[in-house]
Design a protein around this ligand. Structure first.
Ligand SMILES: *Cc1c(COP(=O)(O)O)cnc(C)c1O
Length: 419
């Protein structure tokens, strides 16, 4: 559910015709709907209100400060995976006490920063990391709060690149070894055991993998309890899918309903880490048709947004709806919609049927709010797009388009090359 719709054949973001945003800021342009964003956050809050819970928005889905502030104002915490994301979350006013920190490669500096800032807990991904966190905490005379991220070996039935809870994935600690590592953690003087964490993948469109994974985690919690280790926080990760094409992912309400029977009569505080399902459908990428051409084999629509702006189609073969900014009566064609980047992998859609767009018309790539801008790059020395947030009939620039000077910021020319 989102607030991008046609009124009299013109695409609107809430109360603003997106054409007006294009006139103001150019293309490619990311546009976010505030109302959609907050609606999705509140849907989680509402769904899990029967349990003490913290929603830790997964910053990597979209790290823009205005998005983070919007969610912080609603009480959101953050799931971060780097010192950079921790910095952004704190800058946006998210309380350190609501920040959890995952990721397989935390550095000493990142660990020390997170401890000093007083985050809620580290989601620890290996034995060596556990030992290191203990050492870093000791070196600054602190205790580090931790959960172990367990890998429950559950198939989330999603794209292989975005499954994370299978034995073959690099994330977490095998669940069958977890007890042993919790025992180790108990020996370590400068860590404090607070929770268990799992996150099994992304764009999950079924309930069952969540239920199966939680059952395994609860068995672990029970055996920890028998061992005298009490768990306060149960972090069940993120991963709920959204509709890109014809998926019918469960609503947070349905997820909550399926998990309730497992969680009632237990006094955990539940941590949720949704990313995509909060921000995915709250964003679109607007792009201009630069050229159209007929190849020997197929037609191409060449647009001004490429894989450097939206990598998902290239990276995962992901599907995004692509619709005209202005509806017109046109014959339908089947074409590849491609970007300007010098890579054959640079496409937004393959063999897509759509009403034939003409040169200099505009298209909207839907559901581009998550893993869009946050995965963007400057490849081919392309300045990254601007980002705009719409709220009712007002709009706000939340990141200016990069300039050519931005491209070389930070470069240093050695003395012998200067003249
Ligand atoms: C990426 C990630 C999430 C968010 O996943 P979504 O599919 O965007 O909800 C949550 N937790 C962890 C640890 C992650 O790495």
């Amino acid at each position: 559910m989102h607030y991008f719709k046609y009124i009299d054949g013109e695409l609107y973001a809430e109360g603003v015709p997106v054409k007006r945003l294009i006139e103001a800021y150019g293309t490619p342009l990311f546009v976010y709907s505030y109302k959609t964003l907050t609606r999705h956050f509140n849907a989680y809050h509402e769904a899990f209100r029967r349990f003490p819970h913290i929603i830790c928005y997964a910053v990597k889905a979209n790290a823009n400060g205005a998005i983070l502030r919007s969610l912080a104002a609603l009480g959101s915490g953050a799931d971060v995976v780097s010192g950079g994301e921790l910095y952004r979350a704190l800058k946006a006013g998210i309380s350190a006490r609501k920040i959890v920190y995952a990721g397989v490669g935390k550095t000493d500096e990142e660990i020390a920063l997170a401890i000093k800032k007083g985050i809620l807990m580290f989601n620890v991904e290996s034995e060596q990391e556990l030992v290191r966190i203990n050492e870093v905490a000791e070196s600054i005379s602190k205790r580090a709060p931790i959960a172990l991220r367990v890998n429950p070996d559950i198939d989330p039935e999603t794209h292989p690149y975005i499954s994370t809870g299978l034995k073959k994935n690099k994330f977490g600690i095998p669940i069958e070894d977890a007890l042993q590592y919790y025992r180790l953690a108990r020996q370590l003087k400068n860590v404090q055991i607070l929770g268990i964490h799992k996150h099994i993948g992304s764009q999950i469109t079924q309930i069952k993998p969540f239920v199966d994974a939680l059952e395994r985690v609860l068995l672990l919690a029970d055996s920890l309890k028998r061992d005298g280790i009490d768990i306060r926080y149960l972090d069940i990760g993120g991963g709920l899918g959204i509709r890109y094409n014809d998926e019918t992912p469960p609503h947070p309400k349905e997820l909550a309903k399926a998990l309730f029977p497992l969680l009632s009569n237990r006094d955990f505080t539940i941590i949720l880490e949704p990313g995509r399902s909060i921000v995915g459908n709250a964003g679109v990428l607007l792009t201009k048709v630069l050229y159209t051409k007929k190849g020997a084999d197929r037609e191409f629509i060449i647009v001004d947004a490429g894989m450097n702006d939206l990598m998902r189609p290239t990276l995962y073969g992901a599907y995004h709806h692509i619709i005209p900014v202005k509806k017109r009566k046109r014959k339908k064609i089947v074409a590849d919609i491609v970007g300007p980047i010098c890579e054959s992998g640079d496409f937004l859609a393959k063999e897509r049927q759509l009403p034939a767009p003409r040169q200099h018309e505009y298209l909207a790539v839907m559901s581009a709010g998550a893993y869009g801008f946050s995965m963007s790059s400057n490849y081919n020395s392309r300045p990254r797009p601007a980002e705009v947030m719409v709220r009712n009939d007002k709009y706000y620039l939340i990141r200016r388009r990069e300039t050519l000077q931005d491209l070389i910021r930070g470069e240093v020319i050695p003395e012998f090359l200067r003249k």
